[in-house]
Structure formats: C-alpha cells, structure tokens
Write a protein of this length. Sequence first.
Lengths: 309, 277, 455
Amino acid sequence: MATTALRRSGTGQRRLGTFLDQNFKYWALLPTLLFMAVLTLYPVGQLLRLSLSDAQFIKGKLVWSYVGLDHFTTLSHDPVVPDALRNTLVFVAASVIIEGVLGLLLAVLVSRVRRFAWFYRSVFMIPLLIPPIAISAMWRLMYDYNYGIINQILIELGATRPPLWTADPDLALASVVIVDVWHWTSFLFLIMLAGVESLPHELGEAARVDGASEIQVYRRIFLPLLRPTIIVALMLRTILAFKVFDQIFLLTGGGPGTSSEVISLYVYKVFFVQGRMGYGALLALITALIMSVFVVAYQWLNSYVNKTR
Amino acid sequence: MIKLNPKTLLLHLVLIIFALIILGPMVYTFLTSLKLFRDIISGSWTFEPTWRNYEQLFMSDRSNFTDLTRNSLIVGLLSLLVVQAIAALGAYSMSRFRWRRLVGSLVMGWLLFINMLPPIIFVGPFFIIARTLGFYDTPLAITMAHAIMNLPLAFWMLHSFFADIPVELEEAAAIDGCSRLQTFLRIALPIAKPGIAATSVLVFVFSWKEFLFALTLSSTPKAMTIPVGIAAFAQEWNIRYGEMAAAAFFATIPALLLVFIAQKHIVKGMTLGALKG
Amino acid sequence: MSLNNRRMSRRNFLKGAAASGVLLASTPGVSFAEKVSSIHFLRRRAQIETITILINDSPWFPGFEALVKQYVETTGNDVKLNVTPFAGMLEKSRNAVQGSESEFDILNLNEQWYMQFYAGGLVTPIHDINPDFELDPNVIEYDAATRWDESLRYSSPDGALYGLPINGNIQLFFYRQDLFDEKGLAAPTTWDEVESIAQTFHNPPGMHGFSLRTIGGNWEFQAYLHSYGTSAVSLDLASGEWMVGLADPGAVEALKTWLRLGREYGPANINAMGQAENLALMASGRLAQVHMVGAAAPNYDNPDTSVVVGKMGAGVVPGGPGGRATLSGIWVMGIPHNLSDVRKASALAFLEWALTKDAQLYYAQSGAIPVRQDVYEALSEDPKLGWWMKAMGESTPFIKAQPRLAETPQIVEVIDRRTTQALIDELTPEEAMAEAAKEIHQILVSGGYTVKPLA
C-alpha cells in the first residue's frame, strides 16, 4: 500500500516536471511579461484615470475626485505648454543635427588612424558613461558668468562683453544644446564608427585608382552605403533626445522665463513642485501619445532599413 | 622612427583637439574641486590646492554623501540582479525556442517601445505606486524603477548573446537527459557569461547615472542616490560649488574605469538598439 | 525668573526621588504630610518626558543643536533630535500627524506649510496644553505666523496660538559698509536712495551697484509689491473675499522699479541671479548693495567663503510710497495633536524654555537667528553679530508674510515667470502684471475661493 502510494506520487512529480519542462519556454518568458505588464500597463491606466481626476494623499492614501475634462480646460489656458513644446522641438532638432554631423566626422577620422585609435575611441566614449547630472554640474561651473572658465578664457582672449550663456534668454537653450552635444555626440560616433568600419574599403581603393578624390570617394561611394545607418542612428537619437531633463533641470531650470522650458521638465514641475497630479498626468499622457507616434515610425523605419540592408 | 606624414599629423591634431574638448571639463571640475569657495569666486588662475571639499563630502558628520554612495551601490547592484534574472530567462526563451512571429515581434517591440518613451511619463505613476505601497523613499523604490528602465536593454543584449551560442552543445545536453531548465542553467548560462558580464556593466552604469526616478522617488538620504546629492548642492540658497565639483568628479570615476576595462561591451550595448531592429 | 530655575532638572529629580524613597523606607517617623508631598512631587516631576524633535539640516542647525544641548544640561530633561534634510521634512511631518501617535513631540514647520497643520488641527493649540500660557510680547509673531483663525480659515492676529517661532529668518538689505563710509553714505531707506547710491558705485564688471534675485525671485519681489501698497493676493477680513493685488497700478510701478534697478545696476547676467549667485557676487567683493535673505549674514563673515569679512553692513529693506516691507521666511515649531498630555506638556516645556531671553541670546551666539526683539536689541552692539542683529531688530515692524495658501506654489510660479518675462523684454511691465493677475485669479477661482473679480 505504502509503496504504491509513494510510487504514484513520484509519477505525479515526474509528470509535473515533464509538464514544466515541456513548457519551459512559456514560463521562462512569463516573468518578463508580468514585470512589463505591472510596471507599464498599470501606470498608463493610472495616468488615464489621473488625467480626469484630482488626487491627493491623505493619511498615506490616495484620495481621488473625478473632475471630468477640467484639466483639458486648464491645458487650453496654460501659457507654458506651447513654449515648452516649441523649445523641446528646437532642442531636439538642433542637438540631433549637430551630433549627427560631428559623430560622422569623428567616426571617419578615427577610422583613418592606425595609432592611438583605441585612445580616441576610449576618450570619445567617456561622456556616455558619466551621470548627466554630473555633466550638468561641470558645465554649470564652466558657464558661470563671473567665475566660469569659459568666460575667463574669452576675456583673456580680449572679449569685453562675454556671452551670458544660461542667463541670456536667446542663448539659454543653445547653452543646453552645447552640453547635450558634448554628452551625446559619442553615441552617434559609436554607431557611425561601426558603420564606417564595415564599409567595403576596397571599393574606395578602386575608385581612388580611377582618380577619384578623397572627398568624392566619401560623397559618391561611402555616403550612400552609410545612409541606412545614418538614418536609423539619427532617428534613434531623436527619440532619445526627447527624454532631456537632467541638464536643463540643473543648468537653467527652464529659464530665464520660459526660454529653455521643455516638456519633461514642465511635467515634473507641475506634478511634483506644484503638486497638481491630475494636470501633470494629462501632460504626461500627451507626451506619451506624441512620442508613441515617433517610436512606431522609428520601429517601422528600422525594420524597413534592416530588410533592405 | 615614426614617419611623420603631414596628413596623418593633421588628422591626429584634429582628433586631439576633440579629445581635449572631452577631457577639459573633467580636468576643470577636478581642479575646481581642489579649491576653497573663496578661490572659486575670486576667479584667479592660481590657487592653493586643498582636499577640504572631499573631506567635507566624506568625513564631515554634517554630510550624508557616504549614505548616498551606499544607496547608489545598493540600487545599482539590486536592480542588476532583478533585471538579469528576469531578462536572462526571457531572452533565452525568446532566442532558443520557436515562437510565433507575431509573439516575437510583439514582445521585442513592446520592450523597445518602453525603452524609448521618455521616463517622465512613468514618474508620476511610479511615485503613486511607491507611496501607496509604502516603499516611497527607500532604495527599493528606485531599484524597481531602474529595473523596469533597464529590462529592455538587458533583454536585447542577452537575446543577441544567446543567439550567438551554437545550438549543438545544448542539443548534446538534452540527449544526455538534461531538462530544459538544467540545460539553461548548466550549459547556456556559463557560455553566455561574457555577455552577462557586459550587460551587467551597462545596467549598473545606467542605474548609477539615473537622476529623474531617483529624484522623484526619494526625499531623504535614506534613499537618495549620488546624482540627487549633486543636484542638491546647487539647489540650496548657498551653492556649494567646491563640494558640487568634488561630488561630480567622484561620480565620473566609475565611467573612467569602465571605459578601459569594459570598452568592447559598452560599445556593443550602446549601439545595439540602432544596429539590430 | 526663567523657567529652568523653577523646574528641577530630571537628574536632580531622580536624586530627589531616590532620596525620598530611602527616606520613606528607612524613617517610619516621617509625617503623612511629608509623604504626600513627596508623592505629589514625584507625580509632577514625571510629567517631563524625553522629547523627540523633527528638525531639518540647515545653516542654522548647529545653533539649534547647541541650544538643545544647553537645555539638556541646565534642565536635565532629555531631548532627541531627528535631523532630516529639507526635502524630507514635509513628508515626515505629515506622516507624524497621521498615525495614532506621533513619532515626534515637536515638528519644525516651514513658512509654506504651517497653515496646513494649523487648519487641520494637526498641531495642538498651545492654550489647549497650558491654558495659562502667556506669549512674551518680546517674541516676534511674524505677521501672525503663529496663529490660525478658524472663522476666517486663515491666519489673523486674533487667531488661536498654534505654533511658536524658532527661526527668525527675514529679508535684510546688505551693503558694503566700508565703501559707504568712504563716501559718507548711510543705509538707504527708499528705492530711490538705493538707485542713487547704486549710481555712485556702479562700475562693472569689478563693481555692481545693486542686484536682484531673478531665479525664484518672487519672495523678494513681494517686498517691492508691499512697498507700493499692494501684494500678490490678500484676504479682505471684512468681506472674506480674496483680492489679486497684481492688478493694482502699484504692482506695475513695483515691477518697473525692480526692473530698473536690476537692469541698470545689476550684473550682466541679471537674468539668472539666484540667492546663491547674489551671495557669491557680494562675497567676492563685486557688489555694493543687495536685498536678500538675512540668513546669508554669517556667510559674509566666514573667511573661507568671503573676501568681505568685516566690511559688511545691513539695514531694513528699503521702501517706496507704500512704506517698507520685509518678507518672512521663518520656521515655527508645533506640537502634534496625536500625543499624550504628558508628551505635549514636555514639548511645550522645551519651547517655553527655548524662547526665554537667555536661551535666545545663547542661540544667537551659537549661529542661529533668534526670534525675540529684546535679544536683537541686546546684540545690536555685539562686535561679531551686531552689524546684522541691529538690522533684524529694526525690521520687525515691517514684517509681511507671503500668501499662506495651498495654492501658493502655483501663485509664486506665476510671479516668477511673469516677472522674468518682463525682465527679458518678452512682455511689458503692464502686460506682465495683467497676465499674472489673470492667471492667479484663475488659480484662486479653481481653488474654490471667493475672489473679487478683476477690474
């Protein structure tokens, strides 16, 4: 009796084991799916609900009150949102274009040196690994109108009225773009370098033998070959650039006035500084919608480029 | 002797200028961190170097920077563990087993999608979740946020590493009677070790760098990380320029080390999103 | 005289209790009356418990810490400090008053928060703890920062006493005494005088006549508003209606003065001057006059951070046609509602002691900002602190508070944004104030207040 029972339960265990093993692929993926669902779908649901409500923490619990479309009315009167949107677009366009050009240039240059290539590659990579807030702190010290090294050098060079950098409403956004270029050119450099190094250099050799100048080789032969890499890299960087927050938070705080206010910083201010969670959620949701369009376009483009590549 | 080709020389000259532009701010920050506040604002080129700012940062009983360093390490390592455990299983399943095309592209696409959305979208809801569940202002809250933020990257990287492992070894193990889990643990994981190491480096670095979640999910040194501390130096009514410079320089040290230790891995991780699709 | 003389310290009490215990046990001949009195004594003494104070780390914390040490030493009562950075204070204070029993016996509450704690009854009215409590008239109340009027739902001088001030931070007008002496100038009392003095000294980039705070500058700007007879928002005590003062013509005049002083005599980067930048400019010897937070004073005396040690003077913030005003940025201490009576009494005992003249003198000498008029006066000739303590005392009649509303963060954001937009010429002063008034009006309406319509 006892032995039979034992054997039976043993079989049961084995069956369960076999079952688990056969379905390994499902349960191995399950944690990923669960994690993603809980930490992404639930927040999006929260945002939807919040954007139609006012919410407040009372005794550690969130107390909701439905306000309908009130936040949409607030949005239509909010003078900061249009400025923030415009600044975000200007920031993204300017930094991506400059970083793209510099990244490609550096990639081509580094691909042409033999000695010390590892050194340049290492140095150009460093900014990507430094906390952006530390980068902002460095540049804040350098930009300082009265004590910063940039203006000290300009004055030594004979400037009588050095630029105000972050204090000038016309330069504030540009100052942030400069920091972004310092920080992120590396990223495009790395991608472009991978592309440049995989170019068929014998093709270039052949063209040179045929009397093509160096510039012609790059323009006529390599550039078309690099085009897919460049497009994908720029598109990816465009999407990442919308995340900008840290630099602006520390360098200008969005000012002077709203001259360097961007959407992510404004969402933060509304939600956390002013404590308007409902309205902040609406702004976050709109950001998500806009970005979704970009991301889907990128994914489509990327798979298209990959197919043709 | 090295032949001095003028063209090569020019090339190096240009590259050195760019290298100086990269290194300059770091050197300047380091020098500033050796100055007293008085010397920083006097704007003179010469000064007497002092370790005062670093002492203030790490030794002073008024400073909590050592707590912040501890938190940064805890958050980095913990989120690394969570992410690797989840991503390794998932990525292995995705790369080794036959999935329907739609499922595959949905999962991968979803991951990429999340990775690309600005984190500001998730900050509010995460804050609410952490508050409601009562772990707001703990390293755990920031760990969870960093885990979700880094999962896509880890998944993608590990996926590509697993895909590079030849299937034959695992097939042999299966014939020897290993279960799929055993095959994963004993064969695939050890082979993928370099890949896992590379992923770990990046996940840790990204957690170390992260500011927005750390800012919004912490309010005291119990949970604050280094970037939040650096920002705090500038938020007070008396900017502590010297300590800010010291803290900023301290925060770049891991980056400087990793560039030389794990350069290849970093390149792979950084460019993966653009090169694979 | 002072309370600590009347109350026996805990250590002495323990000695006494032990002694009386010995006495009770060993001498049967002791009278009943004596026994009763010693028991009574025992009960009364037991009413002082160890208290825990929630306090933020700040430039004045070392002074507070010294004060607490002094209390423990002179009274024998134990005090624990829970030191928290500013960012965590509101959170911790809120959590403390929400539980069944507060973790802390005293909360340190910021200018922007205390009303929330008064309004909800989250801190105990002082007279509920001790009906005989009398606030020494020398203790400054900072435009009724200590009080809450239930019928008005706002603070008023007639309200009940809820909090006691602990950090007397207000705005001061700082100037270079050495340069003023050279030219035989006295501290300015009006913005016009500020301007003419600024003209004398302005010689950039080595020296600037005056500077403004333009990053988060609403706090200082509100002093300009008051000096032109208006304010951001105000409550009409008679009608209970809120009024947006930025719509007044005085507000435009205030903004024009602010702009003129900043543009003509400020540093080139006037658009991005925060408190820290102004402090640094003054400390590096490149600024003649500035209107800023009084707590900055000790920084000018520190040779590690300043090249103007011993060269500084301070006065009351100058004024305009509407008089002079200095805005308060103080901290008050409140006693949570969810405490036992003994704990409440123990907490009040500390606060009463801390507000005595002797304690406040010691507090000021230890680097904090006292809250008593007689202490400012006593210290006005002090060789080290006198230069700014005198100005603190003279400022008392001019203290004004910023709006104490849940919507204040939104309101001041509007002021900051609109004033800087005028500064960078995006808007004319008239437009800036009109737009700000509209926005603030909208904020108050959405907040459910009765608001006087804009003209």
